[in-house]
Design a protein around this ligand. Sequence first.
Ligand SMILES: [Zn+2]
Ligand SMILES: [Zn+2]
Ligand SMILES: [Zn+2]
Ligand SMILES: [Zn+2]
Length: 121
Amino acid sequence: MVYTMLCYRCGVEIRDEEYVDHVVRCPLVTEVLCPVCRKRVPMGTVLTHIIEYHLGLTTTCPLCRKRFRKTREVLPHLREHFVLEQREGGVSKYICTLCGRVFTTKRAALVHVLKFHEKEE
Ligand SMILES: [Zn+2]
Ligand SMILES: [Zn+2]
Ligand SMILES: [Zn+2]
Ligand SMILES: [Zn+2]
């Protein structure tokens, strides 16, 4: 199944397999468009914004429309949208697309997203 995703940095619609390449090249900006409602929100708080305004009781990922059986399964999945894997010479690194920090494991990157980007200002 091919998904299209909105780049949360520039708002352009991109096919899933091109998403990583695109977002890595898309410059970090201070304000981004919410991929769901297109409202401008400060970079780094877009995940908090999505959780607050677009998650609620839905069982559908607001970004890729993937469906889940339980509402609590959506957030762990949503978090993964903001971690990009980049392979370089056979070694993977994981980038937090909200602040550009780089991690050696996906797990570390996801914990970082949870701790730093899901809080109220
Ligand atoms: Zn973009
Ligand atoms: Zn929104
Ligand atoms: Zn999704
Ligand atoms: Zn981050």
